[in-house]
Design a protein around this ligand. Structure first.
Ligand code: SF4
Length: 474
């Protein structure tokens, strides 16, 4: 695995390779079934869970329908609280802002709070190109970074690694970028966490600049909110002198009151906890307390494109809880890398095509097909994103995007099938040919079709022959 998703093969190819990795499947099976059981138990405790889901969806829908108004309110509130607001159309613009802020303070390193938005824009790589080291401080992100690996889950980016793999990684890689792991490190979780704590503490205390995302941005007060489990986020948000927060434009919520709904939905759906251990909120600058310079980068990067898609815009409700990943039978078997993006699983299968647009990239075009359409993701989603419907709509968009030019084998087969199905005579002929064709196919060996599916056994006689025999008409 290299440190970039660029150039990843389409999903079917990447998934086939992942399916051959027995350790990966065992790690995923263990991790997802554990999180699923925890989530189911704490969700069952909440009597009005369905009403909460409806409320979450309604708040997000309102935000999306009046996004321009809410964003302008947020900008005004942020400025009034002393923050500097930047608007970024794409990844390049956002990365440039962060690099310029770091350089303006002579910083050659930044500490980072776990953030999907900064991964989406490839911030670490962009900063590295400017000679700035970006240190991930979330434990799972640290594991991914030390291994020059890629995240494979929204919430638990190193879900594909087991404890002994992590111990080996800490021993071999920690010393290269700071405080080394102790020689006698075992795979005991407490010992691993202690090694990470010692490694990171040095970086927290030294860094002048921190970079974060935000789970929510409250428009009427200009408050940014980060929820996390380890306390590393709190350290990054309070210790450094300068803070840059990269926030997707869909993260805005109108008021504090709306947080009441999401603070119930998010922890139960993501970590299976009743509440998350750390909730940090910051509103601009407070003299002598926390960062004395705060920059907020409001990021589009395809979100307004997704917003214009009437069926797909509901994907922007996503609060990145990862519940849909943990229940997805496809994700559980292939893992996250096969999706070729920081957004894997069911939400990745719709969000990536919506952000980029169909027809632009073969790998992204393959994602709406990475699903059985079983509907488990819709059931689990705390903001009721109807992922299966969006998948079906996106499949149609992908087909439309590839119309014109030479037709592919699937289009040729469908055209031929429509001719045959429209004619009783041709259908009867096709039925007679089915049995010998299926028998021959068995001997011809594996094809692209049979690699992933059982070839049905050839029937002894066609329906028409059986009918005539039964009725005595032949
Ligand atoms: S789509 Fe729904 S279930 Fe999946 S990560 Fe987003 S909010 Fe969670």
């Amino acid at each position: 695995m290299t440190g970039t998703f660029l150039g990843m093969p389409p999903f079917p190819e990447a998934a086939r390779r992942a399916l051959e990795d027995g350790t990966l499947r065992a790690n995923l099976d263990h991790a997802t079934s554990t999180i699923r059981a925890k989530r189911d138990a704490v969700v069952a405790e909440v009597e009005d869970w369905e009403e909460l889901r409806l409320a979450g969806a309604a708040i997000k829908d309102d935000v999306l329908l009046r996004l321009d108004e809410h964003l302008l309110t947020l900008e005004t509130s942020l400025r009034a609280a002393g923050a500097v607001v930047h608007w970024a159309r794409d990844a390049d613009e956002a990365c440039r802002v962060v690099a310029e802020v770091a350089k303006a303070h002579g910083a050659h390193e930044v500490v980072k709070v776990k953030s999907m938005a900064t991964q989406e824009i490839g911030l670490n790589e962009a900063l590295a190109a400017e000679g700035i080291d970006a240190w991930e401080t979330d434990l799972a992100e640290l594991i991914v970074q030390l291994g020059d690996d890629l995240p494979s889950h929204i919430l638990v980016p190193a879900i594909h690694r087991n404890r002994s793999e992590v111990r080996d990684l800490f021993r071999s890689a920690m010393g290269e970028s700071g405080v080394p792991a102790p020689d006698d490190l075992t795979d005991d979780p407490a010992r691993l966490a202690e090694a990470a704590r010692l490694h990171l503490r040095e970086k927290f205390l030294r860094a002048k600049v921190a970079v974060s995302g935000a789970n929510f941005a409250v428009a009427d007060t200009g408050t940014l909110v980060v929820v996390e489990s380890e306390g590393n986020g709190r350290m990054c948000l309070t210790l450094p002198e300068v803070l840059v927060s990269v926030v997707g434009v869909e993260k805005v919520v109108p008021s504090w009151q709306d947080l009441e709904v999401f603070f119930q939905l998010l922890p139960r759906s993501s970590t299976g906890e009743r509440m998350n251990p750390y909730t940090s909120t910051w509103t601009g600058i407070h003299t002598g307390d926390g960062p004395q310079e705060v920059h907020v980068v409001l990021l589009d990067n395809g979100r307004t494109r997704a917003l214009a898609d009437e069926v797909g815009r509901q994907a922007l409700r996503c609060i990145r809880c990862s519940a849909c990943l943990n229940v997805c039978p496809v994700y559980e078997r292939t893992g996250g890398h096969a999706y070729g993006s920081v957004y894997p699983g069911p939400i990745g299968a719709i969000l990536n095509p919506l952000l980029v647009g169909p027809g632009a990239d073969r790998q992204v075009d393959s994602l709406p097909y990475a699903s059985t359409l079983c509907g488990a993701c819709y059931e689990a989603c705390p903001v009721r994103i109807d992922i299966p419907s969006v998948l079906v709509d996106l499949r149609a968009q992908v087909v439309d995007a590839h119309r014109g030019g030479l037709p592919g084998p699937e289009a040729v087969a469908m055209k031929a099938a429509s001719r045959v199905l429209a004619s009783g005579r041709l259908l009867a002929l096709a039925e007679r040919l089915t049995t010998p064709v299926l028998r021959i196919a068995r001997y011809v060996g594996a094809s692209a079709w049979t690699r992933g599916r059982e070839l049905p056994a050839a029937p002894a006689e066609t329906f028409r022959t059986w009918w005539r025999r039964k009725e005595g008409t032949s």
